[in-house]
Design a protein around this ligand. Structure first.
Ligand code: ZN
Ligand code: FE
Length: 259
């Protein structure tokens, strides 16, 4: 008996996704990662909902650039990791691992998942995960401010979530991510099938986000450090690499950076 929730995906900038989360009971809404204000405001008006909060996953401009415009004519709670007060415009609520947030009658749990940036968080509403640039569909974010150890720890936290959790990430990168995944694990049949499916969706201009955690576990090379085929690809590209989880993850990340 969950309170019903509506999720509206908003394409922003070149390949970003912002989201409008609506508590259907109260018609209160939160905006996840507004890259820019104008298209978000248009969507809020169309949906006839009352915005009450901004949920920022991390400080990058393509996730916070709309904060100022959204706050110009209304007061909203602004959430981000507590360490990013100086980097997230208008932040009113610094949060951390395990905190709970309410939007109308919807409840969300906060995960602290550093690696892409030092202050990255994810928000889990029931079975819906808003994870910014940490876990991408079929990929993961670049390590701009964190270490492979940190990022692996963050991905392991998300890996512990149930198979039916839906992954709402910050960008439409799935097709390119899968092209890379195929290069390191070409004999993964589930991966090949997903790649075909995603190519078809993109050819028709459709979104490939969200995906399920089950799909990610089966096909995302950054969650598959146990795969013998990925380990062999790492060994072939970097003969000196160790094959423990951190080393495999770090090597795959490096290979993707150069892909
Ligand atoms: Zn980012
Ligand atoms: Fe981003």
């Amino acid at each position: 008996n969950h309170t019903s929730m509506k999720i509206i995906q908003i394409p922003l900038l070149r390949d970003n996704y912002g989201y409008l989360l609506v508590c259907e009971k109260t018609q209160q809404a939160a905006i996840v990662d507004p890259s820019e204000a104008v298209p978000v405001l248009r969507r809020i008006e169309q949906a006839a909902v009352t915005p009450v909060a901004i949920l920022n996953t991390h400080h990058h401009r393509d996730h916070t650039g709309g904060n100022e415009g959204l706050l110009a004519s209304r007061q909203l709670r602004v959430y981000g990791h507590k360490s990013d007060q100086a980097r997230v415009f208008g932040m009113t609520h610094g949060v951390d691992e395990g905190d709970e947030i309410e939007i109308g009658e919807l409840k969300s749990k906060v995960f602290f998942i550093p690696g892409h940036t030092t202050g990255h968080v994810a928000y889990l509403f029931e079975d819906n995960l808003f994870c910014g640039d940490t876990l991408f569909t079929a990929g993961c974010g670049r390590l701009f401010e964190g270490t492979p150890e940190q990022m692996l720890g963050s991905l392991k936290k998300l890996l512990a979530l149930a198979d039916d959790v839906k992954v709402y990430c910050g960008h439409e990168y799935t097709e390119n991510n899968l092209r890379f995944a195929m290069s390191v694990e070409p004999n993964n049949a589930k991966l090949a099938a997903r790649y075909e499916q995603v190519k078809n969706l993109r050819a028709r201009g459709q979104s490939t986000v969200p995906a399920t955690m089950a799909e990610e576990k089966q096909t995302n090379p950054f969650l598959r450090w146990e795969s013998k085929e990925i380990q062999a690809s790492v060994k072939a590209a970097m003969p000196d690499s160790r094959l423990d989880p951190v080393a495999v993850f770090a090597a795959v990340r490096k290979m993707k950076d150069a892909f």
